[in-house]
Design a protein around this ligand. Sequence first.
Ligand code: GLU
Length: 262
Amino acid sequence: MIKKFAIVLMFCAGLIFTGCGKKEAFNDDLTTIQQRGELIVGVKTDTKPFGYYDEKRNLIGYDIDLAKYIAKALLGSEKRVKFVPVTPSNRIMKLESKEVDVLIATMSVTNQRKQIVNFSTPYYMAGQAMLVRENSNVTSLKSLAGKSVIIVFGSTSEKNIRDNVPGVVILGYRTYPEAFAALKAKKADAMIADDTILWGYALSDKTVKLLPERYSQEPYAVAFRKSEESKKLETKLDIVINTMISSRQLEKLQKKWGIFNP
Ligand code: GLU
């Protein structure tokens, strides 16, 4: 009887120790995702062709495909991903508050952002450009002095325009469709944003045109919380992205979404 009791006691102690070990591993982001069986990704839902809804309300785009690919690499199925809509001004907050595991949201790597979040290897290169109405006499960033420009709050173009064109009147919007509607409604002289985002508008609407100049380089990357817990996840995703680059899988995705620019 005593022997039996001792065996049960040892078994329980073993469980407690294993439990302790598990608790430590549970704090790690990659393990948390694997135990949950789902990757939670902050994505854009208004940014064609990166993250947007089609006519059937399916969320599609290049960032969406990339997130599915990563879910498959981590969890064995591209269905094991949940999307949470984010905007440029709330995405870091949603990452920090752990509402999402990572951001795949047309987010450019900048030195300022690197103080707050970590980034993966870039998975796309965009550049800022300007969209104007068809008959506009605005031809460059400089010609905007004394005029007005539309930006989306929290985007790199907001910072760029504030730093480089003193005296310009800035109108900020929360989303790209709202910003574009404001340009169409003549609320300002131009709209500045990433070329990849503006292309979609320029291609589908002949009352606007995209100017040829590019004002920045915008390397898009996956963003992680700046913490010890995310290190393993970062390493894993960098391997996935680098393999996608070397196997030209990423190029294939870019061609699929019409954003391949060699
Ligand atoms: N890539 C730019 C940025 O990270 C603009 C696109 C966006 O607003 O997400 O700010």
